[in-house]
Design a protein around this ligand. Structure first.
Ligand code: HEC
Length: 246
């Protein structure tokens, strides 16, 4: 048995305490900002306020059940269109909304029923799409397929490097905590496992929206592990006695 005295957070000098605490606090604030960003970019995607698993699914898988135009025609905009017109437009949408169809089929109907709001100055002042050009109508005629593969690959390498380093920094401090060893080992590994599972699940969600649950659970695991490491470290740094040196 090797005899060694393990250093703990309570043995840290004042300089170490200041350095560690500043880093942990900054990471904590950064984490809150990340949560805020997540909320602002995902909330309300499904048309309901707040953030839900469905919002997460939509941002990676997309909403493939139909186009925005069809959704609106079957919903609030249905009142402006006769059933036959709706059927013609929906057939055009399900055809992939090609440009020729716009001229031949869609535009005459849209002009008759929708232009008074969805064109020119009126569309601008209501801040709604202008249907008088193909370019104006195109965005609401495409089926959303969620974030592109390129975006996901870009975001994943940033996340893997960034969160990897972050978890390493926090873990370097937290490893000195006095804690049940299994709990400590678990908390040290959890952020790395979570971020890996989270990012893997982004790609899986693009394939099947059910995996949005994994994104959420892994995200919660990462948050839990980081916050626990930060709080336990800060507590032990400042409340477990004082060192002799500075
Ligand atoms: C009386 C004015 C008016 C008429 C007529 C009208 N709309 Fe709208 N439309 C609006 C307003 C206002 C909104 C934005 C409010 C909302 O999203 O619920 C909107 C939103 C939409 C959207 C969603 C736009 C987006 O960016 O998500 C679509 C698609 C749409 N309308 C299609 C139609 C179609 C198709 C017709 C004709 C059959 C039509 N509208 C007729 C006023 C109108």
């Amino acid at each position: 048995m090797i005899d060694r005295t393990t250093r703990t957070l309570a043995d840290c000098t004042i300089s170490e305490r200041l350095l560690y605490s500043s880093f942990l606090l900054l990471v904590g604030i950064g984490y809150l900002m990340a949560l805020g960003y997540l909320y602002l970019t995902h909330a309300g995607l499904n048309g309901q306020p707040g953030i839900s698993v469905e919002d997460i699914a939509i941002s990676y898988y997309g909403n493939r059940s139909g186009t925005r135009m069809e959704q609106m025609l079957r919903g609030p905009m249905g009142a402006y269109s006769k059933p036959l017109e709706t059927a013609l437009i929906v057939a055009w949408l399900q055809d992939g909304a090609p440009r020729q169809g716009y001229k031949a089929v869609a535009r005459p109907i849209l002009k008759e029923e929708c232009f008074r709001c969805h064109s020119g100055a009126m569309a601008k002042s209501l801040n709604i799409p202008d249907f008088s050009t193909y370019r104006g109508v195109a965005p609401v005629t495409k089926v959303s397929r969620g974030a592109s593969l390129l975006t996901l690959v870009k975001l994943s390498h940033i996340h893997l490097f960034g969160i990897g380093l972050l978890a390493f920094g926090v873990g370097l401090i937290f490893r000195l905590a006095i804690l049940n060893r299994w709990l400590k080992w678990g908390l040290i590994v959890l952020p790395f496992l979570s971020v890996f599972a989270d990012i893997l699940a982004w790609f899986l969600t693009k394939w099947d929206p059910l995996y949005a649950w994994v994104v959420v659970i892994a995200g919660a695991g990462l948050g839990f592990a980081l916050v626990a490491q930060i709080l336990i470290s800060l507590f032990e740094l400042w409340f477990l006695g004082w060192p002799a040196e500075d």
